[in-house]
Ligand binder design. Structure first.
Ligand code: PMP
Ligand code: GLN
Length: 422
């Protein structure tokens, strides 16, 4: 006999907040894990989880291996190795003109831990966070763990392959809930929307009007695929002291498994966040911190090459998706994903459709409603939209493209192929 696991509510509440409770009461793993398993079970090409199918730079692996041989194998300092803190501060200045003192940088086990620690530290129990929607699945789980509430503002398709936040909804929500935290993911997953300097300044003024923190999520900061520029909220927002910047190396250096991330905030705020973070992991990834510090401080050209390679893979996948007549396919400005709206071709929702496309056409993505909350305007807008990832290997992206072209051909011959009720 064991104690009643249902008596412990938090894990249940966190899963529920992230939409992982099944109709029969069982709990599923994250949508990324579920879809990776679905693709493997079906033998379909996995264009779901945003996990790169290409490798980190050799120079990074060499620097990390050398750090292991040089003895960086025990606990790093709680704030992170000074080499990494200095390298991140210099990188923010160099890439984005954000002035950062190394004392304002905290190493975290990926952006996920940084976001969770910042939310746990800054959100009072019963407090409110406003985030744009769709959102990364860890946000609602972390907010629930902190005993807070999430309110959302939709980022909606603009009908021309791009997206725009619903600013009328933003004004209304801020005035109504007066949040403690506004969470801004730019460039945004899954839409690739890059918040402009004006949009960020507007968010800054809204935050000031209700005295809210702004927590950022900039994990796609290096992966801008067009002529646009990523602008950190801390640069665009005048009152930068209320901004807590979160980012990580996973997406830009193909090291999602290393979990090297960072939080940047003024020292008193950073101390509060570190106080929480030290009891989540204390510290992790010592040799990888050193390897990444060396890469960030050197003359590596990897990020530019990675961006060009991603753009080339997007240029294969996106036109192939467009060969499916009637589907609306987004033009990604940044990040790893294109969003494909099938609503003109099917009455199925994205979950059922993703299943059908996996089983019959060998294509698995992430249903966008999984990144929304049932009942919201974003949930309805993305009801039949699936996110496809072009960060996979060249072979997988090529195979995915061929399968979309085959799907387009099939639908020309059988226009009702996605309409069957299931
Ligand atoms: N935020 C967004 C928007 C993401 O897509 C991801 C996935 N990488 C994360 C945060 C988590 O980043 P990390 O792997 O560094 O924890
Ligand atoms: N951030 C990645 C994505 O959006 C997945 C991260 C994860 O698997 N938790 O696909």
């Amino acid at each position: 006999m064991m104690p009643d696991i249902q008596g412990s509510r938090l894990w249940h509440d966190m899963a529920e907040a992230a939409g992982l409770t099944n109709p029969d009461g069982t709990i599923g793993e994250t949508i990324y894990g579920q879809m990776t398993k679905l693709a493997a079970d079906l033998g379909a090409v996995n264009l779901g989880q945003g996990a790169p199918g290409t490798e980190p730079p050799d120079e990074l692996i060499t620097a990390t291996a050398e750090a292991m041989r040089a003895g960086f194998n025990q606990y790093a300092p709680g704030q992170g190795f000074p080499q990494l803190l200095e390298a991140v501060a210099a990188q923010r200045q160099r890439d984005f003109g954000q002035r950062v003192d190394p004392a304002e940088v905290l190493y975290t086990a990926g952006a996920t831990e940084g976001l969770t620690a910042a939310i746990l530290a800054l959100l009072p129990r019963g407090g409110t966070v406003v985030s744009f929607e769709p959102f990364y699945d860890s946000y609602p789980a972390a907010i629930t763990a902190a005993g807070g509430n999430l309110h959302t503002v939709a980022i909606l398709p603009d009908g021309q392959g791009g997206f725009a936040p619903d600013w009328a909804e933003f004004e209304a929500v801020i005035a109504q809930v007066r949040p403690t935290i506004i969470l801004v993911n730019t460039p945004h997953n899954p839409t690739g929307h890059i918040f402009s300097a004006e949009e960020l300044a507007h968010i800054g003024r809204a935050a000031e009007s209700v005295d809210a923190w702004i927590i950022t999520d900039e994990v796609y900061e290096q992966l801008v695929l067009t002529g646009a520029a990523h602008i950190p909220p801390a640069v665009a927002i005048e009152d930068a002291e209320r901004v807590v910047t979160v980012s990580s190396a996973g997406k830009s250096w193909n090291t999602t498994g290393w979990k090297i991330g960072w939080v940047i905030a003024s020292p008193t705020v950073l101390k509060a966040i570190q106080t929480v973070k030290q009891f989540l992991t204390f510290t992790a990834g010592g040799p990888m911190q050193i390897g990444m510090a060396e890469l960030l401080s050197g003359n590596s050209t990897f990020v530019a090459e990675n961006r060009a390679s991603l753009r080339a893979r997007a240029d294969v996948l996106v036109p192939a998706c467009r060969s499916v007549a009637g589907a609306m396919v987004s033009t990604p400005q940044a990040g790893y994903f294109t969003v494909m709206d099938f609503s003109a071709l099917t009455e199925l929702d994205a979950f059922a459709l993703n299943d059908l496309l996996g089983r019959e056409f060998g294509l698995v993505g992430i249903p966008v409603p999984a990144l929304c909350r049932p009942g919201s305007s974003a949930y309805s807008a993305y009801r039949s939209s699936i996110r496809y990832s072009f960060c996979k290997s060249v072979a997988d992206v090529d195979q995915g493209a061929q399968l979309f072209i085959a799907l387009g051909t099939h639908l020309r011959e059988h226009p009702d192929a996605l309409r069957r009720s299931r």
